[in-house]
Ligand binder design. Sequence first.
Ligand code: B12
Ligand code: SF4
Length: 460
Amino acid sequence: MALMSMPNAPFILLVNPWITDFAAYDYWAKPLGLLLLGSLLRAGGCGVFFIDCVDRHDAFTNQHPEVIPGLARKYGTGKYPKMLLPKPEAYAKIPRRYYRHGIHPESLRRKLKAIEKPDLIWVTSMMTYWYPGIQQTIAVIREVFPDIPIWLGGIYAQLCPQHARGTTGATEVVTLPLSELPDKIAAATGFSLSNRDEWTRFELLPSPALELLSKVTYATVLTGWGCMFKCPYCASGILQPTWQRRGAEAIFEEICRWHREYGVVDFAFYDDALLIEAESSLEPALRRISEELPGLRFHTPNAVHIRALTPDCCRLLHACGFTTMRLGLDTTQPNKQRDWGDKVKTEMFVSAVEHLFGAGFSSDQIGVYLLCGLPGQSPKEVAEAIQVVKETGALPYIAEYSPIPGTKMWQSAVALSQFDLAGEPLYHNNTFFACRRPDFSYEDLLQLKDLARQARRHNQ
Ligand code: B12
Ligand code: SF4
């Protein structure tokens, strides 16, 4: 019998594309999904190289006269370097400047030219309305590697696959679940990954390869996948249909490793439901952290569930060094609370803030997200919610509605909007506010943002 020879391990280039937007801020924003794939590919025997088009520490970019330099801010966050771009037609009437955030295109070209020819190129994606950044990234990659297959995956790819196929220039838009990627790699390269099991279950996943970043100023952590609530405006159930959690040991080890080996003190959680059913996963990990790893700071930019903030939970969070708490209140209208996922009531919220204060948190650590501009919502309701939050002593933050394809609310948003939401993802931009209407205008939105700002100033 002839022995089949195994092809050489493929070399895969991972690319985090540019962000194109009016504003973008590295608010603990890392390409966690792509870096997770980096870990899985490496562990399975592939060669991997990573290029971060939004690297804030790129020396060539930071010295370039055409670039508005970035800035480091507290807790490892910061402003991206950026370059002015012509505004796309869809944004012509928005009186704001539009930028490409990230490294200079020449820096990307140099990085691409400095590496050996890859077998595959994987580009990730995040917000649907950032797709021009992907088009531009892929165009530069194609200049250097015209014949290498480019796969596009990630959130925009999953939410708008047809649009991505038609506009980005990727060879393939890949929307397969993680567990099916090893077969796809084998079909494309002939190589069989040695760790196929790890791709099949969330709790077996390795830590994302943050060490591929040029500098690790903070670590992003995912302790659970998906969410058991089904809020009609949210894509969590589309992106991660099953609800799974990692074990306490794995969570602790990951945080411990970033701290001990890389000196990381700031950690941001990306979970959709960090504190839900945490008894046998996050909680024991946090108890160990409070005893064994003093001095860390934790941040929850993606908001936690208010219902989980019991006095015990708040004490544990405070003891571990939770510093930036964001709470998902959405609204204070009882009927909307029921219709928008039935996850919180105003009384629960008021108690939760009391518990946080009781545990030692200060006002400026407790931010509360309020949804703004959803179909059926009035400006008065948002103003009332701002007032309720203000009275608790916490800080209200407006989260402008970004309509997302495939969600339950999508059809109402499409019906309500005067813009072509289905054909043009640029209209999903929360800053654009595509669901503006006579009884909830763009000016109303600006006034509410101002009201929230005043309330924050009052409480800080
Ligand atoms: C963390 C997070 C943030 C972070 C920042 C994250 C970042 N990197 O920039 C913060 C909190 C700052 C944030 C802010 C906002 N966010 Co957000 N965020 C998320 C969240 C919860 C997780 C994303 C994530 O990293 N997931 C984990 C990784 C592992 O998954 P992944 O990236 O999808 O990768 C997997 C696959 O896609 C695949 N994959 C990835 N890349 C590739 C590449 C290839 C080639 C292949 C084959 C596969 C592949 O493999 C990975 C493993 O399976 C998602 C919701 C969600 N559940 O995904 C919302 C989400 C992306 N955010 C959303 C929104 C609305 C916002 C805000 C507008 C909220 C607001 N109103 O203020 C702001 C906007 C920020 C801005 N600057 O514009 C929306 C999307 C909106 C849109 N139109 O695109 C989402 C979907 C939430 C929702 N409401 O449904 N967000
Ligand atoms: S609770 Fe949060 S993550 Fe879960 S479905 Fe609702 S909005 Fe999405």
